[in-house]
Design a protein around this ligand. Structure first.
Ligand code: ZN
Length: 305
């Protein structure tokens, strides 16, 4: 039996790193070619268990470049000998944010695959007519209930679970709930051959039930958006706190390092915002993360369970 394998297609938060309109201190290092930082595309993970059938977790706006950079995802002749085909059999969405869904538009060239997400996320896609470019005779949309195991193509068992967070930015009202546990923001648990991976690119907090779920995973890829809750305001790059954006900070007493300390499996931070100093190889914040035993995702990182 093949081993569950994951490839980090992108490890940056929305906007990518560096971000097209940003001259924050971390982006400036990237713009100047400083070797202490590595550019990253927007967060996405590809997973496979049979060596040939791949599942994409979140379709980022950078998906086309990510596929080009990943030979395992290059096109394949189809089963009938036709010239068009792809190892990608399904896309699983953890929410309806632009950085989670816009890449679906990159997959519009009449290729059969399945989109799996909660009813809330599918409703956001259904409400936006641009996604009709994914021809419904080829691209099926399947609603998945929270906490209900389902089979993915290629022999992976999966489950979606609620993670504290908020609705997509473009769906917010004047006073959005910031740590609701609904189908609008979820994590994905994958199981194959007794090995378990959890993908949680956005989390406003970690209630006990979520921590217990993460504690049974061999590998957890977790929200590393901001190091400090006030990082955007402190750097002058934005007016919102991390928690207002639905992301708990990495550092601090109630941050990710403290909250997830002691988990038995590997913890890899991903969905890292371009303002986050953990992107800099010798930064004190990066050393804190590494001293705590956490890893920092980068594009192309391969994880074999
Ligand atoms: Zn920046």
């Amino acid at each position: 039996m093949g081993r569950l394998t994951a490839i980090v297609l992108g490890a940056a938060a929305g906007g990518g790193f560096p971000q097209w309109n940003c001259r924050c201190p971390v982006c400036c290092l990237a713009w100047s070619g400083d070797r202490r930082v590595k550019a990253r595309t927007q967060a996405s993970l590809a997973v496979c268990a049979d060596g040939k059938t791949w599942i994409i977790l979140n379709a980022s706006p950078d998906l086309r470049a990510q596929l080009q950079a990943t030979p395992a995802l290059h096109p394949r002749a189809n089963a009938h000998g036709g010239l068009r085909g792809s190892p990608i059999a399904a896309v699983v969405l953890t929410g309806a944010e632009v950085d989670q869904t816009a890449g679906l538009l990159t997959l519009r060239e009449r290729q059969e695959f399945c989109v799996l997400a909660t009813a809330e996320t599918l409703a956001a896609l259904d409400a936006n007519p641009i996604f009709r470019v994914l021809a419904s005779d080829l691209v099926s949309r399947r609603a998945v209930a929270l906490g209900a195991p389902f089979a993915l193509p290629g022999g992976i068992e999966a489950e979606l679970f609620a993670v504290p967070g908020k609705v997509a930015l473009y769906l917010e009202d004047d006073d959005p709930a910031l740590d609701a546990e609904t189908g609008a923001n979820v994590g994905v648990e994958l199981v194959h051959g007794g090995r378990r991976l959890a993908y949680v690119p956005g989390a406003a907090g970690v209630p006990p039930a979520l921590r217990a779920r993460l504690a049974r995973a061999d590998v957890v890829l977790f929200d590393g958006t901001l190091y400090r809750d006030d990082e955007m305001t402190a750097t002058g790059t934005g007016g919102k706190s991390g928690r207002r954006m639905g992301h708990m900070p990495v550092g601090g007493d109630d941050g990710t390092l403290a909250t997830l300390a002691g988990l038995p499996g590997r913890v890899i931070l991903t969905h890292i915002n371009n303002t986050n100093p953990i992107l800099i190889e010798d930064s004190p914040e990066r050393r804190q993360v590494e001293a705590a035993g956490f890893e920092i995702a980068e594009d192309g990182m391969e994880i074999v369970l």
